[in-house]
Write a new protein. Structure first.
Lengths: 781, 375
């Protein structure tokens, strides 16, 4: 009652001063709109990782020491036959030059058959002999090509610079993020664009070109994120059309759209004020805000229309609609915002920003929808509501008459039975859900994206792994760990252990390389592939290994062991990590510490663990929070259960769908349930609120439900549909995680709507238990 | 108007009556409002409901059952998941560098990196790990018969097996000397020769049970290989063209005139007592007179050669760096390269009829040599 009075007072002020409020809202929109233009794209790598995770602390600690991951590989592939022909070598030479002159390239690191840093060394009777793989007088004759082929074999670069089947050769280069001369930040997008022109040039010459590297990936991801703008336009147009069709009035439709766009502008304007930028994940928030805005606008406009049909004028109708819808609407929005805020428990900055920006956006809708929209509606002529309402009613009535049966006890049993079966099957299927990315290549892009196809082609023909887990071996209190036999021997055992671990493809470590070099000092005999106990001999084996390999730091107090995994599926990563931990525990020493983890697989391992740890916490909090809010609103266990149970069933369905579609539980998909439930709870709240109202007025459940459908049903179904379409467009995004989120959110929105119109009445009919009152009646009698 | 006192009692009773759905069930808080609704004029027809009382109670129970079922399914669906675990870590031959291989009766034995020994009972298709007491890399194996064999390696370890390679015990080692043993031969009469770096040599006279240091050469060049003729003439080959021969069963050694200044990695005796010495850069030398005189044979390769074996029909197979495999005729005069399909180093090989098993990086591979003679 108290709240009702508060709402009345608020409405009183609002409509008395409606011009002033309108001016205020307009001013805010202009100011925040200006602020929104200051928005910067902020796709920092660090935002995507759980920085608080111990693995990521290792990652951050050693990032500057063992950088070197910023490499670009350009593969030139002969369409048929091998590379040993004159045109191929001419093209490879010119490609090497092109890469040399790319912006940001550290020119000393450019490596191809044509660069002077690629030499072959052979053991000869007198010691070592060597030379450039491609001799200075190379002219492309048959003899020259035969000699180059010999040298390639001697150089040991097969699999690294030349494909294992000699059908391709590559040019590799490291990029410098900061230009050493100018100090300017490297423009990755420019590099990516230039790489793409290189691809076109050499493909025109009849070669196949594969390009991978961080710069190219950043370019492709940014390109993909730009596509989202197009989706926004598509969503807007579709929503506008549907809205017009549904409301039957261009004016009302325009009003709805404006009031859904205003919170988007406000939200984007608030971001720079709170110091946030926009990234490929939070770029999706405006969609959500827009859709939620439309959804609540439709409820409000619908409420207004009903009032007008009952004979009120524009202002009175707006006032009444405001009074009727403020509480359920505000509750629904508050619940939605709470659902979003629950995601804060995922310890990843990007997700937390998503949670906060989405929650801010939703909170803003309370103002734009409940206040701005009603003010605007108060100026609407009655004619705007006229024909649209009448035309829509019969069509809806047909459906409502069918839907109301879900509230009949006998039918409800079947609905519940059906829901139970569906839930049981889904729960079984949901057990197959896996954590982590399930595809090959980089998880941001689709498996069949150009970048990932290039990756697959390179991995297949070269001995180059792209999924790498790096373990840091930090020595303590040892002077020159590289020449300490005990430490090196332990690491050699570690390498052996990891090489024999299932899911590991290969291991690269300092001891492993030192062993090969030791054999080199002994005429290449493999029987000498060991670590010497003699520090000076060991030093001889380690010295030729440069820090640029990323296997050791300058004083060799820290070494990096690179473990190449077969794939980056969650259970592969978990197994490999477990084996590392097992070895580290069995070989604990005060002189040597094995620290997990870096490399892309190390990041994924940390992320997977963070996601796993967050999942249950989020769900429990989510349902607890919305349950509590529902209880506070309705003061009824039954109402709470009727609203929350369908949502929880949909959560299981969502997991089952993910398992079925092969979508892993990962950073972008973890918030889906929370987002979906946060939004989906609106449907239940709007419908139950109306139903409760009718019940209090003395209607039977079926009649109460029918009335609720009549008043709120169209709006509920319509909004679920428009929202599903809005997020469904993401399915076509070039970014895999956006597509995954789009599909899942669309499903969750629709499923929650169905839950609200089918399961909610069925639950109410069993649990509101009319026999109770009869029972009391009987006792009394 | 919302929460009135009697509701508390309702809630308490509900807890006790969860699934029994006894008539005492007072119901959930929503009830209260229903009573309101029912008192209002035009409430639903009670008369119609009365005969269906038991149905309604059942109905009610179903509702509670449903709630319980959802709760159970939720806790099942969201309880921690664990994907099928990957097989436990085990040492696999394909992940280890194997440097030596030998046949002990029906059993094949291979040894290499970090003291690992593997045994196969099915001709080399499957290999099992055999426990050894050492972690030093093993470089050579030799069996005197189907039971007794030795393995030698770094830290100058010598391991002895008397059960065909199933179990091994350490009989000698010198980790601090820094001179690995690189070749070994255990003869049926109980004599054993183990040779290694810097001209080191150990001999045994009791079937490998005890070993003592011996001297074969005056300098410190590595000794890499040993060959034993049927008449007990012994030949050693080593670093920088070193060739040694003993005509008195190993008591005295004389240095032979070497045809080559590079290192020899192996020796192979063919039919008719022809001796091949091979090594760096694909060099193969052939002697028909126990090392008195040598002629160079064209190997067609510049890759270092590390190991050899004689096929059942007398032809010879040599193998080495970069996946090199050479097939030579029975006389050891003509060689041709055979594509082994790999580029890793082959450090040892075993003849199996017309085929060979290649050992080295990346486990064991079988390569058929075909029936035709080398051209």
């Amino acid at each position: 009652m108290k709240t009702n009075r508060l709402v009345q007072a608020l409405g009183h002020v609002l409509f008395r001063q409606r011009r002033a409020f309108l001016a205020l809202f307009a001013l805010i929109t202009v100011l925040l709109g200006w602020s929104a233009t200051q928005l910067r794209v902020d796709a920092g790598f660090e935002k995507m990782i759980p920085l608080e995770h111990p693995y990521m602390k290792t990652f951050v600690d050693y990032r500057s020491t063992f950088g070197g991951a910023n490499r670009v590989l350009v593969v030139l592939r002969a369409r048929d036959g091998d590379i040993y022909n004159e045109p191929f070598f001419a093209a490879l030479k010119s490609l090497t030059d092109d890469v040399f002159f790319l912006p940001g390239v550290d020119r000393a690191t450019v490596t191809s058959l044509f660069t002077p840093n690629v030499r072959y060394i052979e053991v000869v009777e007198e010691g070592f002999a060597g030379g450039n793989v491609i001799p200075a007088d190379f002219a492309g004759t048959a003899d020259d090509l035969a000699e180059v082929r010999e040298n390639v074999l001697k150089s040991g670069r097969v699999g690294r610079l030349v494909a294992n089947d000699h059908s391709a050769a590559l040019v590799s280069a490291e990029l410098l993020e900061i230009d050493p001369n100018t100090g300017a930040q490297l423009d990755y997008l420019a590099v990516a664009a230039q790489l793409e022109t290189l691809r076109e040039r050499y493909q025109a010459q009849g070669f196949e070109v594969n390009i991978i590297g961080f710069a190219k990936a950043v370019g492709d991801i940014t390109e993909g994120a730009r596509g989202v703008l197009l989706f926004f336009a598509v969503t807007f147009v579709i929503t506008a059309l549907l809205l017009h069709l549904y409301l039957g009035s261009a004016k009302l439709a325009g009003l709805g759209l404006v009031c859904a766009l205003v919170p988007v502008v406000w939200q984007l304007g608030v971001l720079p004020l709170v110091g946030y930028g926009i990234d490929p994940m939070s770029i999706l928030v405006p969609f959500l805000i827009f859709s939620i805005g439309v959804s609540h606008a439709v409820q409000m406009i619908n409420g207004w229309k009903i009032e007008v049909h009952h004979g009120a004028d524009g202002l009175t109708a707006a006032n009444n609609a405001f009074l009727k819808l403020f509480m359920p609407g505000a509750t629904a929005l508050l619940t939605t915002a709470l659902g979003f805020l629950v995601i804060l428990f995922i310890d990843i900055a990007m997700v937390q920003e998503l949670a906060i920006t989405a929650a801010i956006g939703v909170a803003l809708i309370v103002i734009t929808n409940k206040m701005l929209l009603t003010i605007l509606l108060s100026w609407m002529p009655r004619s705007a509501a006229g024909k649209g309402g009448d035309a829509a009613k019969p069509a809806g009535e047909w459906l409502w008459q069918r839907l109301k049966r879900f509230a009949e006890p006998r039918r409800a049993v079947w609905v519940l039975a059906g829901a139970a079966v569906l839930l049981g099957v889904s729960a079984l299927q949901a057990r197959h859900l896996q954590t982590g990315d399930l595809g090959a290549g980089i998880p941001e892009l689709h498996d069949d994206s150009r970048y990932n196809l290039d990756t697959a082609a390179i991995v297949e023909s070269f001995s180059i792994g792209v999924d790498v887990l790096s373990v840091i071996a930090q020595s303590h209190g040892v002077d020159g760990a590289c020449t300490d036999f005990d430490i090196m021997d332990t690491l050699d055992r570690f390498e052996t252990h990891m090489r024999n671990t299932h899911g590991v493809q290969g291991v690269l470590s300092l001891p492993g390389m030192a062993k090969v070099i030791n054999a080199g000092w002994n005429e290449g005999s493999p029987r000498w592939r060991v670590l010497s106990r003699d520090p000076s001999v060991l030093a001889q084996s380690v010295t030729p290994i440069d820090t640029s390999t990323g296997l050791l730091n300058t004083d060799c107090s820290a070494m990096q062991i690179l473990i190449f995994t077969r794939d980056h599926q969650g259970h592969t990563i978990a197994h490999v990590i477990e084996e590392v931990k097992r070895f580290a525990a069995a070989n604990a020493s005060e002189h040597l510490e094995l620290r997990l983890a870096s490399g892309n697989v190390g990041v994924m391992a940390a992320t997977n663990e963070a996601v796993d740890a967050a999942e249950l916490k989020i769900l429990v909090l989510l349902f607890f929070a919305i349950g509590l809010l529902c209880y506070m609103e309705f003061r009824s266990h039954t109402a709470t259960l009727c609203i929350v149970l369908p949502l929880s069933i949909v959560a299981v369905l969502c997991n089952a769908l993910m398992a079925t579609l092969g979508i892993g539980l990962k950073v972008p998909t973890l918030p889906v349930i929370a987002l979906g439930v946060g939004v989906g709870v609106d449907y239940g709240i709007y419908i139950y609120e109306r139903m409760q109202h009718e019940l209090r007025r003395g209607a039977g459940l079926v009649e109460a439900y029918l009335e609720a459908l009549r008043q709120r049903g169209t709006a509920t179904m319509f909004t679920a549909l428009t929202m599903s379409i809005g997020v469904g467009t993401w399915a076509f995004s070039a970014l895999k995680f956006q597509a995954d989120m789009g599909v899942l959110l669309a499903f969750v929105f629709l499923a929650n709507m169905l839950g609200a119109v089918m399961l909610l009445p069925a639950l109410a009919s069993t649990m509101l238990a009319p026999q109770d009152r009869r029972h009391k009646h009987a006792k009394k009698a | 108007m919302r929460a009135r006192k009697p509701e508390r009692a309702d809630q308490r009773s509900r807890a006790g009556a969860r699934l029994r759905a006894a008539p005492a069930v007072q119901g959930i808080a929503g009830t209260r409002r229903f009573r309101h609704a029912e008192r209002a004029p035009g409430g639903s027809a009670d008369g119609r409901n009365l005969p269906r009382r038991s149905f309604m109670n059942r109905h009610r129970a179903l509702g509670l059952l449903f709630v319980a079922f959802v709760a159970a399914m939720l806790s099942y669906a969201f309880s921690p998941r664990r994907a099928a675990p990957l097989p436990a870590t085990e040492i696999r031959i394909e992940q280890m560098l194997t440097l030596a291989a030998a046949q002990a009766g029906e059993r094949l034995v291979a040894a290499g990196e970090r003291g690992q020994v593997f045994a196969s009972a099915d001709g080399g298709r499957h290999w099992q790990v055999v426990a050894t007491p050492v972690a030093a890399t093993l470089t050579a194996l030799s069996f005197a018969d189907h039971r007794r064999g030795v393995a030698v390696g770094h830290d100058a370890v010598i391991l002895l097996s008397s059960d065909g390679g199933v179990s091994w015990r350490e009989v000698s080692s010198a980790p601090e000397a820094g001179a690995p043993l690189l070749a070994v031969r255990l003869l049926a009469d109980g004599r054993g020769f183990a040779l290694g770096a810097y001209g080191s040599m150990m001999t045994s006279h009791d079937g490998g049970e005890s070993w003592e240091e011996a001297v074969a050469s005056a300098d410190d060049r590595h000794l890499n290989a040993i060959a034993v003729f049927t008449d007990d003439t012994l030949v050693l080959a080593g670093e920088a063209g070193l060739l040694l021969r003993s005509d008195d069963g190993g008591a005295h050694w004389e240095e032979l005139d070497s045809p080559y200044n590079g290192s020899f990695f192996g020796l192979q005796i063919l039919a008719d007592e022809v001796l091949l010495a091979y090594g760096m850069r694909g060099h193969i030398f052939r002697s028909a007179d126990r090392g008195e005189s040598w002629e160079e044979v064209d190997s067609t390769t510049e890759a270092a050669l590390f190991a050899s074996a004689m096929l059942a029909d007398g032809r010879v197979v040599l193998t080495g760096q970069g996946g090199t495999v050479l097939l030579g005729d029975a006389a050891g005069r003509v060689f041709r390269a055979v594509d082994s399909g790999g580029t890793g180093v082959h450090a040892a090989l075993l003849a199996q009829g017309d085929a060979v098993l290649l050992f080295g990086e990346g486990g064991v591979s079988r390569l058929a040599m075909g029936g035709e003679g080398a051209q």
